[in-house]
Design a protein around this ligand. Structure first.
Ligand code: A2P
Length: 346
């Protein structure tokens, strides 16, 4: 009898983390611990700069190795949390060695052979993986967590988005720069930006990704548009977005207006989102208490609030909301580990 091949292929795997010394790498280690992921062995990898550094996993000292062509022998699951170039170079090496790759970079996100997965939204796409699975852009993940349930229940016509993005999206060095430049500012010292292009303390600036001179959109905005469309299986969904960096360490905030197929009372939107997995409603008008990055950080839910009719759309079809989610957790490491959990053989 023919049996259907299953995408579930991992049982108690040997796991490699590429980029283990970075901000996402640290959270990957923590997520594996906290979620009791069945790890037979853990290999921590980074660049030559960090080789020999010691990190902890479940109270054990593990030495970081330099990633190389032989790093993935015997590895069944490779979690990549370095830059796109490293993923392009080593994900095929890991794949050839028999590992399933979950890649946090943007290298494979628009490759149709690589599913782009937010488990709560489009888990079914994981079944078609061929060894490399892409973890979406952090802003796209947080946005989709809130709008996908509305798309499913009410139909979605258009999104208008503005982001308030934390330092962690630019890695540990950017988080360090936010702290160091704030200290310098408070002490009246001069601080010359080294990681981000503009002064970060007590400032807000347009996202640091390269700006396309023709369209005026920066790389982050173009990723949010393309990836959100792909995750929502809605290739032509009109999306307008402005991405901005704010001096917050690790959780992104997003203002979104979603135009639905028909007018929907805000109470029905709220009810729909109350039932959504991974979403927590924080929406207390009397106390003026809504999603804040300081409460989104360090936990896995996407906080959703300020749910109200958008008065800018006279048709009544548009609902406005404020979201906050931890960029390093649901926006990166947690989503990657949730994907890996789906690959585990029961
Ligand atoms: P390293 O510590 O050796 O530089 P973050 O996004 O927080 O900056 O983290 C980036 C992660 O990616 C770090 O673990 C970093 O390792 C790793 N990394 C950067 N470049 C490379 C590379 N060329 N090869 C392997 N790992 C890399």
């Amino acid at each position: 009898m023919l049996t259907q091949p299953s995408y579930r292929s991992l049982r108690n795997p040997v796991v490699a983390i590429v980029g283990a010394t970075g901000a996402v790498g640290a959270e990957l280690i923590r997520c594996l611990e906290d979620r009791d992921f069945p790890v037979q062995g853990l290999r921590l990898l980074a660049s030559a700069r960090s080789a020999g550094k010691v990190l902890q996993y479940r109270g054990q000292d593990l030495m970081v190795g330099e990633v190389g062509p032989d790093s993935f022998k015997g590895v069944q699951l490779a979690l990549f949390a370095a830059d796109s170039d490293t993923s392009r170079k080593y994900a095929p090496v890991a794949q050839a060695a028999g590992a399933v790759v979950v890649d946090n970079s943007s290298a494979f996100r628009m490759d149709l052979d690589c599913p782009l997965v937010v488990p709560e939204v489009n888990l079914e796409t994981l079944a078609n993986h061929r060894g490399v699975i892409a973890n979406p852009n952090c802003t796209a993940i947080i946005l989709c967590m809130a709008v996908a349930p509305l798309q499913r229940r009410f139909g979605l016509r258009r999104l208008q988005v503005a982001t308030y993005q934390a330092a962690s999206g630019a890695g540990q060095p950017a988080m360090d720069e936010l702290v160091a430049s704030t200290q310098a500012y408070l002490e009246g010292r001069e601080y010359k930006p080294q990681v981000l292009p503009h002064p970060y303390a007590f400032n807000v600036f347009s996202h640091n990704d390269t700006v396309d001179l023709q369209s005026g959109y920066n790389g982050e905005e173009l990723k949010v548009i393309a990836e959100t469309r792909r995750i929502l299986s809605s290739g032509a969904l009109p999306i307008g977005v402005t991405c901005v960096r704010v001096p917050v360490l690790r959780a992104h905030t997003i203002a979104v207006t979603a135009e639905l197929d028909a007018p929907v009372p805000p109470a029905a939107v709220r009810e729909c989102l109350e039932e959504a997995m991974g979403v927590r409603i924080v929406d207390d008008r009397e106390r003026n208490y809504f999603p804040m990055p300081i409460e989104a950080q360090g936990q896995g839910d996407v906080l959703v609030g300020r749910i109200r009719r958008d008065l800018g759309d006279p048709s009544g079809r548009s609902v406005a909301m404020l979201l906050a989610g931890d960029q390093l957790l649901k926006g990166a490491a947690l989503n990657a580990v949730q994907i890996a959990e789906q690959l585990l053989v029961a």
